[in-house]
Write a protein that binds this ligand. Structure first.
Ligand code: CDP
Length: 296
């Protein structure tokens, strides 16, 4: 009896789903499936997402760019997409937050390159997943400092290589990477395979950020009111959109996803449909190109 081990880790799940998909379509094995020869929990048709690979391009990693303003839901969407596709995930906002926090801790002014450069040097030498996941980075004053340091072109330049290297060679020998931020589709990975620009009304974004701060703040008494959170978001949006270098902007070829009335699962479902449609059409194009007789 063949038993396919089901593992919730997305990489294993993807390979497993591929095998199940193939077995179900090979006539000789079809009658065995209902008898439970091939066992798998929760197989859903929607889990199968073919990955397009052009001939001679086997080592190229798939890149998905997720950009958008603060608290639009881009981080949640990007993380869930990475989980679903078995890709590596990079929250690029955490890079700017780390530089902002290090600048504040040194007593420096986050608007001044003079004060920020030591922090950048320290952070770029010590970028680890643990550092980027630190809860201290989520504090509102760190978000404000991040937005200030992010407007300095030298800071953006210093963080560029790390982000591009992550996209080209994601850790863990996986098939691709999902990066979320403000300029992934426009500056960091302009050739990303799929681009999303995630938006939501500013009131809804403030409500979400307020709830997030309430549930994660260790000191419940110190959290801001919802109207203060709204004012902070508006100020940060304005700074992020109007800066000269890499402002928050939708790439011309991005799919705009308005999450105002969507929950996280609905946003994920829409994004998966977009990715599946894109990958399927590319797979068909690649197959058609391969079928074409060589030109004399
Ligand atoms: O979570 P939230 O959307 O509030 O912010 P974030 O993504 O953690 O980013 C914090 C700040 O970093 C933003 O306000 C931007 O100024 C900056 N940032 C950026 O300039 N470019 C990126 N790719 C990511 C973040």
């Amino acid at each position: 009896m063949v038993f396919l081990w089901y593992d919730s880790r997305a990489g294993c799940r993807f390979i497993n789903d591929m095998l199940i998909f193939l077995f179900k379509r090979i006539n000789i094995f079809r009658h065995l499936v209902p008898k439970g020869i091939f066992m798998q929990a929760n197989f859903r048709k929607t889990d199968f997402i073919p990955q397009p690979k052009a001939a001679g391009d086997a080592n190229k990693k798939t890149v998905i760019a997720v950009d958008g303003p603060a608290a639009s839901g881009k981080g949640t969407l990007a993380r869930k997409l990475a989980e679903r596709l078995g890709y590596a995930y990079l929250d690029t906002g955490a890079l700017y937050r780390a530089v902002g926090l290090a600048t504040l801790e040194s007593g420096g002014n986050p608007d001044s390159w003079q004060d920020v450069q030591t922090a950048v040097a320290i952070i770029t030498r010590n970028l680890t997943p643990e550092l980027l996941a630190s809860p201290a980075l989520r504090m509102p004053e760190v978000a404000e400092a991040a937005s200030k340091v992010a407007a300095i072109p030298e800071v953006r330049q210093a963080l560029l290589d790390y982000q591009r290297a992550f996209a080209a060679n994601p850790p863990g020998n996986v098939g691709g990477a999902v990066l979320d931020g403000r300029d992934i589709g426009t500056v960091i990975c302009p050739n990303a395979d799929v681009k999303f620009f995630v938006t939501a009304s500013v009131e809804e974004r403030a409500r979400r950020r307020f709830e997030e701060l309430k549930s994660t703040s260790p000191d419940k008494g110190a959290i801001l009111s919802q109207s203060q959170v709204l004012a902070d978001l508006k100020r940060r949006d304005e700074r992020d959109q109007s800066r000269a270098t890499a402002p928050t902007k939708s790439a011309a070829d991005a799919y705009v996803l308005d999450t105002t009335a969507l929950n996280a699962q609905q946003a994920l479902d829409q994004a998966i449909s977009v990715i599946r449609a894109k990958f399927l059409s590319e797979t068909n194009d690649n197959a058609a190109a391969l079928r074409k007789p060589p030109q004399p």
